[in-house]
Design a binder for this molecule. Structure first.
Ligand code: AMP
Length: 542
């Protein structure tokens, strides 16, 4: 017997139309350097979304066409986030921090025909314009007060004036593509992930769940996670869905901007990768800012050190929510919320739980598979690859035949290695490619990094495998001292700090003090660069 409910498509259009009516008075704002915030209402936003769709139609954008965006976080980017999918086209957010050959590959492989580009990032694109062979029109957004517009480019505001505003949105299939995003992979070409309306719809609902980000109309969201990376964790979609006040970080937001906007606008939710929070912490500790309006800091993208979670709790009274996910999972996979019966536990035990990546979100099935291909028990010890499936997990990469990333029984192989404990909390120990295998035993570089970053003189630390004649690989710790401890922190101090905390064979063979940990285009530690730099470690005498 079939259910008798309507087969109503789960598309973004439903959220948009509801929000436009219910939350017309609410505010959206963008930071423009050295100017007051630009502000407008949801009503004005909705009108401009209709105009943008009309303008794109006038440029002959049809259902299924890809429209690329090349922008910082701003309200115009939000307009593109909604107008393009709702007209049946595909929003393709491009990471402009990638290397030029990767950008050219992504735009042409994605088949983008129009690019919407922030004036401040146009200089990155201009030298490769001729290689973008699929692109027939560039639309430029003035994103700074003194934006320089390229000669002959079409200005975004003119595009909005060009066509008739869309009055009726087309009926879409919930399985239609709404957006796409390429992963900043470390080997081979970047790979395209294509999100359906249904996936974004369900994921947005997921983010409003109390046990997830609990987003609501009362929130003031500050967008720092780049909108070109994994849908900015889908918060721009969920934020409009709930009618929250939303502030966009504008060009190149720095930790100081985050602190100032938080104080002025009484921000309640702001997510970012751990490195950003290390920067915010430094400023707040030095200058004593009040960031207590924040009710939640979703933190992920790389492992959030336990010491950072503790510090934000205890010094600033602001809870961090450690989460794990990937471009391929829209992105949220797990969230580290305490269960109610854990609340009375001692702090130490609670932080141990919260520093894990958490238990699977609704709509995400998760398992761990060991090297022999066996599903691992939930014992918190057996390490293996994390595999996931669900309605917001990718089923394949765009225009790619390879099935390497999927199991025969339909699970996505994440390439992350970890454990799952009896309560269902996963702990990521490594990427498969970052794993250190010493004499056949796994050493978790992530665990070592977190322990080292808890040392009071340490700002950042990355641990990589270096080749070893006997053990095949051994850990090398690359450590950045806090500015005030440059010259005073020693390698021996780090080793002695670790000694009581880890098994003997986990102790790094050496500790090198470096100026900064190299970062990827989205602010994660770039261990590939360190592995390359230290592959001949220790240096030969003479
Ligand atoms: P991306 O698709 O660029 O967002 O990268 C996804 C990858 O980031 C994952 O496969 C993990 O390796 C890493 N990652 C994301 N969140 C976390 C986390 N909370 N802890 C450790 N690694 C993470």
């Amino acid at each position: 017997m079939k259910g008798l409910m309507m087969d109503y498509p789960l598309t973004l259009t439903q959220f948009f139309e509801r929000s436009r009516r219910l939350f017309a008075k609410k505010t959206l704002a963008t930071r423009i350097p050295s100017q007051p915030l630009f502000r407008y209402t949801y009503a004005e936003f909705a009108e401009r979304v209709r105009r943008l769709a009309g303008g794109l139609r006038a440029l002959d954008i049809r259902p299924g066409d890809r429209v690329g965006t090349f922008m910082w976080n701003c309200h115009q980017h939000l307009e593109a986030y909604w107008a393009i999918p709702m007209m049946g086209a595909v929003l393709h957010t491009v990471n402009f921090r990638l290397a030029p050959p990767d950008i050219a590959y992504i735009v042409t492989h994605g088949g983008d025909t129009i690019l919407i580009v922030g004036a401040s990032v146009w200089p990155l694109l201009e030298p490769m314009r001729r290689e973008l062979t699929t692109v027939r029109e560039i639309v430029i957004v003035r994103d700074t007060a003194d934006a320089r517009l390229p000669v002959g480019g079409l200005e975004y505001e003119d595009l909005l004036r060009r066509g008739a505003p869309v009055a009726e949105w087309p009926q879409l299939d919930e399985r239609d593509a709404a957006a796409m995003c390429y992963t900043s992979g470390t080997t081979g070409h970047p790979k395209g992930v294509v999100y359906s309306h249904r996936a974004l719809y369900l994921h947005s609902l997921g983010m409003a769940q109390a046990d997830s980000f609990a987003l609501s109309e009362r929130d003031v969201i500050l967008h720092i996670v780049p909108m070109f990376h994994a849908n900015a964790w889908c918060v721009p979609f969920a934020g409009v869905m709930v009618g929250a006040t939303q502030i966009f970080g504008g060009p190149s937001p720095q930790p100081r901007d985050i602190v100032e906007m938080t104080e002025q606008e009484r921000v309640t939710v702001v997510g970012a990768v751990p490195t950003v929070w290390i920067g915010v912490k430094e400023i707040c500790e030095r200058e004593g800012h009040d960031i207590s309006s924040i009710r939640l800091i979703p933190c992920g993208g790389s492992a959030a050190p336990r010491s950072l979670i503790e510090l934000f709790d205890e010094k600033f009274g602001v809870p961090m929510l450690h989460a794990w996910g990937m471009t391929e999972t829209t992105p949220v996979g797990t969230l580290s919320r305490l269960k109610s019966y854990m609340e009375p536990w001692p702090d130490d035990q609670k932080y141990t739980v919260r520093a894990k990546q958490g238990f699977p979100s609704v709509c995400v099935d998760l398992r761990i598979v060991d090297e022999q291909g066996r599903v691992a028990p939930w014992d918190g010890k057996t390490m293996g690859e994390i595999q996931v499936r669900g309605p917001w997990v990718t089923s394949g990469y765009y225009k790619a035949d390879s099935t390497d990333h999927f199991t025969e029984d339909g699970w996505f192989k994440t390439g992350d290695v970890g454990t799952i404990d009896p309560e269902g909390y996963i702990q990521i120990t490594d990427r498969t490619k970052d794993v250190i295998k010493s004499g056949g035993e796994w050493i978790s570089s992530v665990d070592l990094e977190n322990l080292i970053m808890a040392h009071p003189k340490v700002l950042e630390a990355a641990v990589v495998a270096v080749p070893h004649p006997k053990w095949i690989e051994r850990p090398l710790a690359c450590v950045v001292p806090k500015p005030e401890h440059h010259g005073s922190l020693t390698a021996g101090e780090i080793i002695e700090f670790l000694r009581p905390q880890v098994a003997r064979f986990w102790l790094p063979d050496d500790v090198v003090l470096i100026e900064a940990v190299p970062k990827t285009s989205v602010g994660k530690f770039d261990k590939k660069v360190l592995r390359e730099r230290f592959k001949g470690w220790p240096p030969k005498a003479g």
